[in-house]
Design a binder for this molecule. Sequence first.
Ligand code: UD2
Ligand code: MN
Length: 613
Amino acid sequence: MRKRLSLKCCLIWFGIPLTVWLTFNLFSWHLKLTADWNQPNRLKLRAKKTLLVRKDSLKKENGGESPKFEQQCEALSEVFNKALVKRYNVTVLHSLGVVLSPEDQKLRDEGYQKFAFNALISDKIGFHRAVPDTRFPKCRDVKFPSIDLDASIVICFFNEQPSALLRTVHSVIDQTPPELLKEIILVDDSSTLDDISCQIETYVNQHLKNVKFVRTPERQGLIRARVFGANHASGKVLVFLDSHCEVNTDWLEPLLLRISHDPSTVVVPVIDMINHDTMEYQSSPLVRGGFNWGLHFRWDQLPASMQSDPELGLKPIPSPTMAGGLFAMRKDYFHHLGEYDLGMDIWGGENLEISFRIWMCGGRLEIIPCSRVGHIFRKRRPYGNPAGGDTLIRNSLRVAHVWMDEYKEYFLKQRPQAGHLDYGDISDRVSLRKHLSCKSFQWYLKNIYPEQVVPGQTNNVEIYHHFPRNQLRKEPVIIRHGQLTHVDSSLCVQSEKKPYTKKALLTLAACDTKTLDGQKSQMWYETVDSQLLLAQLLCLDVESGMVGKSYARLMKCHGNGGSQAWTWTDKGETSLLYNPASGKCLTVTAATEGGNLFLDLCTGTKEQAFRLS
Ligand code: UD2
Ligand code: MN
């Protein structure tokens, strides 16, 4: 009896607290796991809610339930049930990129040629995925009041890779509260790859009611295509997105909230990076938009005064310019402010034009740190200009003549070739500037961009830094080092040239452990980010997007994974070195001194076995 009693006591005294403690820990562990990603369940709920709303409107259209209605609903459910929202971490993404067959190879090579990113991985991910929630933790606690605005999302595309485009569309549907989403306007800018146009149009018309598919009568270029799209929109706010984006948790609410407080503010999300080789969604640092006198957009570090603000990361950040692709503004304000310069062709310059116009004509341009949208940054633009010529320089020339007053001379000095170009008629834009009573460019520089260095003038406002994106990355953290030996031949991998020579190919040589020189030129350093640095100088790299045989080479480390990531396919000393950008493994052309290193299908033969020791 006493025994049973003490057992009961034990259970009560220890069992209950233990269970509470365990539950609490499990719960916080679960929260910890999910906190850094979008919540797949929440996304699915949204998708289901959209389904209900759509079912309702279908019912109205069909005058009550009918076999046709049932059929349409079934098709709808199928689409949303396929909405398996998965998380793909880096390891999974790397494995999706493995080239297993000639078909994979073709898909990948053609993808790089046509779209300039890894279409093999993009297709394998499909139309839905959860991405890491890259917002600052303090953004996650923000509660949004109800917002009396709705948005039309305008997405223009020209020859876009279908799965990347549909992932853009679905990510908007999955991540946006239906009451804020008026519609998505998909503008096909007369794509020339016929199958793409048709595929997308059919899919949209069959499955996505809230998406309007429109096509320009002929290729317009992204600037006129956006105005064409805006003219089809009926929401109060226009949100422009590129056709290869994925939006993050609560991306739209903070943008609309800011606009609802101030109708003449144009807002931009933080643009996260989707790696073009691996499709990995990577967080971007907080930077703002600037430009140089050649009228190239650039990212600037935030001025020191902003960096020390305790509200940094929560508060809007005024930005002198925007990158161009992703922004939101009231539709009536877009029209009031003169839309875009319709005399601009295909690509480039419109982002600085609209930025100058916003600030100089009474508006504001701000980055909203709690709103994040990922964008595939490609290394090259995969399309040209049907009329030939450099549209960026011609468009920039229009910007200079309309908006920059006497400061246009700095542009003309930087780009002397622009002086002789015909930039067309700008009289409409000049009268727009007058009509809107816009301020001078000097006012803009003084008040909005005092950090900008004007040639020949000293600038004592603030110490000013600017740097390309990838220099914002951290120093490599080395986890081990040693010689990289090809196991079968016992030869070591080194550069064909000096270890500091960029683009040098790699070769096999007798391992030299005795001389200092040998040690240095054969010493490889592996980092936490899976880079391999030779002599701690350059990174083992493969030219991404290469079609045909691609050789391993040395390049400046860019810190973005992909073409410079090398993962050992199995643990232990000896294994294959897999490169996710090429989907292939490091291989020797011949197991003799002087043999080169290239990338080949990962078959696990002795040409591919290496060791770092
Ligand atoms: C950046 C902007 C882009 C635009 C450009 C300057 C970001 C993330 N991207 O370059 O939006 O402001 O700078 O002009 O800030 N497109 C058409 N018709 C064409 C050409 C392109 O519809 O004739 C589409 C294209 O499919 C894409 C969008 O326009 O959806 C932007 O083009 P991009 O992705 O080639 O521009 P990007 O990101 O290099
Ligand atoms: Mn883009």
